[in-house]
Every structure is written in C-alpha cells, then in structure tokens.
Design a binder for this molecule. Sequence first.
Ligand code: XLS
Ligand code: CA
Ligand code: CA
Length: 440
Amino acid sequence: MGIFDKIEKIQYKGPDNRDPMAFSFYNPDEVIMGKTMREYLRFAIAFWHTFQGDGLDMFGKPTMKRSWDSVLDPMTLAKLKIDAVFELCEKLSVDYFCFHDRDIAPEGETLRETNSKLDQVVTHIVDHLKTSEVGILWGTANLFANPRFMHGAATSCDADVYAYAAAQVKKAIEVTKELGGKNYVFWGGREGYETLLNTDMGFEMDNLARFFHMAVDHAREIGFTGQFLIEPKPMEPTKHQYDFDVANALSFLRKYGLEGHFKFNVEANHATLAGHTFQHELRFARINGLLGSVDANQGDSLLGWDTDQFPTDVYSTTLGMYEIIKNGGLYPGGLNFDAKVRRGSYEERDLFVAHIAGMDTFALGLKAAAKLIDEGTLERHLKERYGSFETGIGKDILEGRASFRSLEEYIIDKKNPLPEPSNQEYLERLLNWAIIAAGK
Ligand code: XLS
Ligand code: CA
Ligand code: CA
C-alpha cells in the first residue's frame, strides 16, 4: 500500500492536454538538442516544503491535509515520509530529491543522539535506493532553525555554536556521500547580520571561509566527490546575508582561495530578491564557469519576500533554460523545486498538480529556448552587434595592440560615432514567437 494510492503514474498527453494531473510538455524521453528532457531538466523534489510544510504562516495555523497526519511517533513518521517521497518521485517521473538533515529525521538531546536517529532514517533510504531509480540530487544541513543558530552558524559570535555547526555539516556531508548524493549545498541560513553595531563583519567572514576550507578538507578526507554548491540569497532571515548574490559570493570565494571547490546553486526567487532577474544570476554564474544547479521556483514581484512559489512563468523558464542549454546542461546539478504549495492548496492532490505545473513550465521553457537557439536570430544579432570588434581598431583592442595613445590617435578627428540600434522590442517579440511555437 502506498501513501498516494488514489493517484496513478502521471502521463504525458501532449500540448493539447488540459488535465491538471497530466503533462502537456514534459515528455521525459523526448530528445531536445541532443539530450532527453530528463537529462536536461534533472528535476528534484524539495523534501522540506513537500513533506514538512504544513501551511502555517505568521497569521494562521497549519492548513495542509496529509495522509500521515494521524501518525504521532516521530521515527515512524520520518520513515513513512521517506516512503512517500520515493512514491511521489516515481509517480511524477522525477529522478531526484533534496533534503536538509533535520527534514528527514528528528533532533535528540545531544548531537550524538540526533546523529543516531538520522542514521536510522538513512538506512531506510538506503533500502529504497536498492530498488528505486530515484536518487539524491543534494543534501544540506539545517543551520538556521534551532535557537542555537540565532546569531548564525559558521558566522556565530559563539565558538561552541561554530563547533556544533561544523560537526553537523561533517555528518551531513557523510550522509550525502552514503546516499550517493550528486552535490552538497551550503545556503547561508543565518550567516549575515541584523545590525553592524554588534557585528565584526571581517571576523565573521574570515570564520566563514575557515569553515568552508574545513568542509573541503573533510570531503577530500572521506572521498566525497560530489559538487559543493553555494546558494546565494540577499536577505531573509537576516537583514543582510553574506552570500548576497552570485557576484558577491564569487568575490568571497576568490578572496579566500576557495574558487575551484564550489559552484553556485542559483535560486530564482533569491535572484529577484537581490534585484536581479533569474536569467541574470544564471548568466553571471555561467560566464564564470560556475553554474552548478538551480532552485526552480518563483517569487511574486509585488511581495518583497521569499514566497517560494512553483514556477509557472514561461518567459522566465525560457530565458533560464536558454542559459542552461548554453551551459551544456547542469550535470551533476539539476532543477530542484524549492517551492511550496500555497496555503489554500491544502489537498494532497495539490502536491501533484503543483509539481506537474512546474515541470511542464520548465519543459516548455526548454522547448522554447531550443527553438530560439536553433533558429539562430539571437546569436546572429549578437554577432552583428559586436561586429566592429572583428576587424580594424576593434580587432587591435581584442588582440592587445591598442593603448590609450593609439586609440586617441585613431578617433580624435573622426565624427561622433553612432552605434547600431538595439532592436530590443523586436527581440522580445522573437521570444514570444518561440514560446508560441514551442507550445504547439
Ligand atoms: C531558503 C533556501 C533553502 C535552501 C536550502 O531560503 O532556499 O531552502 O535551498 O537550505
Ligand atoms: Ca533554495
Ligand atoms: Ca527560497
């Protein structure tokens, strides 16, 4: 007997499908630009939102109705939810899930006790892995929920808290390795500050770097070969998070000699919170060779916080998939639905409806982005736009033959230069055409 017994495996029914419980665009084995959709998209379910989210908000009580609501024993419940995540992934044709240590097992009095509870659940996951195609995209440690982390973890003012966080991450990396996890994520949790009046920013950032170096050393020591990922976020829960955005976190990695050990897990909602588009953050990571994985969700432009909604904006997923195709895919990363159903979508069936919506939106985005690339207008336009650097003075600049003196000599008596027009409106229309064509 399964948890979602009333629900059959979700089928692909093609673009004309209007059944919320079937795919219109996600057809796992369809080949797009040389890879199957399954290979390009590498979907993952976020354990925390889907199995721990109860609909509680600052103004009201939990709303979610779940089949496991009557199960009271914490360890029985933990194992049941593991059964449920495998069943959900299999029914949705999702190949991975992601978890925090504290999502999958309850805490004990001491870290030793907590670790032993975690081990029991991990053994249960290992049993599932023996017979299932589903795997772990990434693991991580929850270094933000317990009151001990109120002033941060690796940036805490308290050395015992720092030690606790290190021991917790050590165990989380070991568990991720044991489960064959492809990546390990560091999201800054409470690594940031509320006020500089009580914060030694330089000291905290040095300590954070020490922490990352220890993580790199420990991974090497135990032979964990998964990709380490930093997930930037500008704010929330702290006023100012240290890993503000990709550019900021990259300068941190460079300053502390950590580049080469980390890539980025770009979350769409964190990008918009930082005042960027999703595509901007993906592009910035990609051009620096550091686009590792994606937290596939969306925010609400009228709400200034991390709403973690399921992605349904096809413009954004098209531009996102454009970057991902240009990146050659995300392997060993993937698209993790770090998204929660709205408080009013409280039925178990909504978990399926929401994931199907997100998967379909990314699948359509993939098809539209592939059309844009195939058709080539954007690339041609880009080449023309920078064409003046292909010959003459432009070529001299690129090939290092120019100086301020030679450039002055070249330009000083010429007429004021007028660059080519930008064609922005036409290019935006091109995007519409690609989406419409992909939807047929
Ligand atoms: C919170 C983050 C978090 C990370 C994993 O805003 O998105 O869920 O993805 O710790
Ligand atoms: Ca996230
Ligand atoms: Ca988020």
